[in-house]
Write a protein of this length. Structure first.
Ligand code: NAP
Length: 354
């Protein structure tokens, strides 16, 4: 058996830097966990000369994806570039070449997860994606393994920290939407182009992933009814408060017989609900199952180290499987009978949670 597991990192931005930092600074600790050394072989970037928060040997950097995808010393490819292309093509190629993959990419997993998972299965390698939903909160592994004895009845989730930060500021400080968005951008919580966050697109990708796992069916992002927060105004928060409600952008999946309803939109939540108390950039996912009743997962849904926690834990899980040549217990199979639907009309503002 070969000594050590070779890691190729695609991307050295917020998440990639966190992952590289953990791999380099916690090498001994991770070696004990994995049972063999994890060795960072190469890192793909666009701009090798860019100033970075992390000190990394320049020789590790490359702008040629093939230096990682075609390197026989790389066992696990970690994709933290983001976006659909070329991330999807790189993941496909890595799997085709018999490498396992860890990705934090919700867009690729929401749109192409089933085909990529099946390719990984065909090739006898592993595809893990814990960081794609909820950053540092363990969600994918619990859905794939820990709560599988349950019939999942529903998911109510706050899975976009940018929106939750904006809504919290509007409610708490009386900020108008534009002002709260600007402050989210200044703090690095929102992109220069915030469309994916504020229009609920990001949340719809994450909900598609969670619902697919929870109900073991293929839920596509386009199945999700979607309404963002950009049309909310300060007066909505005043009325909500007077009536004893908080406004949150919720991602909701509910099973109803042979179909599953999936939707993302602003919701009026009674102020004493746990989800109504989730403030700022935090994420929370409440799951209802026939055996455990209600479970709440809560924590940091983004950020370099919380997200690196999920990515590196995925690397460890794969490293252990590679060492033991274990079959993949986290493999997903989908129910072909179930249908996803979003039967809600476009309603305008927040909806009372039911
Ligand atoms: N940020 C978070 O807190 C967070 C949380 C959970 C999941 N995620 C997911 O993690 C992924 C990465 O997010 P991020 O925030 O780390 O992104 P980011 O800060 O924008 O970093 C992207 C990195 O990828 C590199 N890159 C981009 N396009 C490339 C290309 N075509 N070829 C080669 N390199 C390329 C960039 O290179 P340069 O540095 O040279 O420009 C940069 O290092 C995304 O899928 C995101 O949804 C992020």
């Amino acid at each position: 058996m070969k000594k050590g597991i070779g890691i190729g990192l695609l991307g050295l931005g917020v998440v990639g830097s966190g992952v590289a930092q953990v791999l380099l600074q916690k090498a001994d600790f991770l070696e004990r966990q994995a049972g063999s050394p994890l060795s960072l072989k190469r890192v793909l970037v666009r701009h090798p000369g860019k100033r970075r928060s992390l000190k990394i040997a320049p020789a590790l950097l490359t702008t040629r994806a093939e230096d990682i995808l075609q390197d026989p010393a790389v066992d696990i490819v970690v994709e933290v570039i983001g976006g659909e292309s070329p991330a999807r093509e790189y993941i496909r190629e890595a799997l085709q070449r018999g490498k396992s993959v860890v990705t934090a990419n919700k867009e690729v997993m929401a749109k192409y997860g089933p085909e990529l998972l099946s390719l990984a299965g065909e090739k006898g390698v592993f595809l893990h994606f814990e960081a794609s939903v909820g950053g540092g909160i363990p969600l994918i592994a619990p859905f794939q393994r820990d709560i599988r004895a349950n019939d999942i009845r529903g998911i109510h989730a706050i899975i976009n920290g940018t929106c939750n930060y904006i809504l919290t500021r509007m409610a708490r400080e009386g900020a108008e939407f534009a002002e709260a968005l600007k402050s989210a951008q200044e703090l690095g919580y929102a992109e220069a182009d915030p469309t994916n966050d504020i229009e609920g697109i990001d949340a719809s990708y994450k909900l598609a992933i969670l619902a697919s796992l929870a109900f073991q069916m293929v839920v596509r992002p386009e199945d999700v009814y979607r309404e963002g927060i950009s049309r909310l105004a300060l007066r909505d928060f005043k009325f909500a408060r007077e009536l004893g409600y908080a406004i949150r952008l919720l991602a909701i999946a509910k099973r109803d017989g042979d179909s599953v309803e999936v939707r993302v939109h602003p919701v009026l939540l009674p102020e004493d609900y746990l989800l109504a108390k989730v403030d700022g950039v935090f994420n929370a996912v409440q799951v209802e199952g026939d055996l455990f009743g209600k479970l709440l997962f809560y924590g940091q849904g983004a950020g370099a180290l919380p997200t690196a926690s999920a990515v590196v834990t995925d690397i460890l899980a794969i490293a252990q499987k590679l060492r033991c040549a274990a079959p993949d217990s986290s493999r997903v199979s989908f129910d072909q009978q179930l249908r996803a639907s979003s039967p809600w009309p476009r309603s305008g503002r927040a909806t009372i949670c039911g």
